[in-house]
Design a protein around this ligand. Structure first.
Ligand code: SAM
Length: 246
């Protein structure tokens, strides 16, 4: 449900780690932490959308001071309840606009969370806010999928991605505004329950322009955290923009 915690209220927060279990696997988390720890060097890290600490906790375990911003008290409460969670600073607020004290060597926004702000302006604000928190020479890192419009035939605006006996799920696209929504229909005791989550998809080149508006320039674009080359067949990317040192 959509309340002051956004789309990550108590219900979602209570099952987040289990429902995203694949994203908590060491072979997924470790390469991300490695890249972020290297970029942090001797400095600190700021996570926009820190959630339950999937990346922040192992990054802090590496000795990197981590601070997070998240609008969901419920998600942050889950982070706080984990071993080491109390040592991580977390500020409740919108990561497009919320400022925290200090400057950071790296700011990062992972797991498609740049798609959560549903307007281009808000996404631009995320870049501006991340850049404002960076020390000169610092980096902003975004991990996000490449928009999957190849699956959208002409004249069609919906694409199913799960169909099964207990429910179905599909994405809808508005190719004018780049709004998209993921819709979930679940059958519980013979009754259908429905929920939808809105996003805004965004192209790599568009992100580069947002970065430029924020005074950042592209340093790396990889297909994944293992630094595989980004190609025309890549379905996602890890992009690193730097704040000029001078
Ligand atoms: C998909 S989860 C990712 C959490 C964590 N980064 C991870 O990788 O597991 C997205 C998180 O971003 C937060 N979030 C989404 N939009 C936000 C916004 N505009 N401001 C602050 N937090 C936001 C949600 O509350 C949620 O905790």
């Amino acid at each position: 449900m959509h309340d002051e915690d956004g789309f990550f209220g108590a219900d979602v927060a209570s099952s987040y780690d289990e429902s995203a279990a694949e994203m908590f696997r060491p072979d997924v988390v470790d390469p991300a932490v490695e890249v972020l720890a290297q970029l942090a060097g001797d400095g600190g890290a700021l996570e926009l959308g820190i959630g339950t600490g999937r990346i922040a906790l192992p990054l802090a375990d590496r000795g990197v001071p981590v601070h997070g911003i998240d609008m969901s008290r419920a998600m942050v409460a889950r982070l706080r309840a984990k071993p080491g969670g109390e040592a991580i600073g977390a500020t409740i607020g919108d990561f497009a606009t919320t400022r925290v004290a200090g400057t950071f060597a790296v700011a990062y926004l992972v797991f498609n969370t740049i798609n959560n702000p549903t307007s281009q302006d808000a996404q631009v604000d995320c870049f501006r806010n991340a850049a404002a928190h960076l020390a000169p020479g610092g980096c902003f890192v975004v991990e996000v999928g490449v928009p999957d419009l190849r699956r959208l035939p002409p004249g069609q605006s919906a694409v199913p991605f799960h169909i099964g006996p207990t429910g179905c799920a599909f994405d809808t696209y508005d190719t004018v505004s780049q709004a998209m929504s993921s819709h979930y229909v679940t059958i519980v005791d013979g009754c259908a329950e429905y929920r939808a989550v809105p996003f805004r998809y965004v192209w790599p080149s568009e992100l580069d322009l947002m970065a430029r508006l924020a005074g950042l320039r592209l340093r790396h674009r990889w297909e994944d955290w293992n630094r595989a080359p980004f190609t025309h067949e890549s379905t996602r990317h890890v992009s690193v923009w730097e704040k000029p040192a001078d």
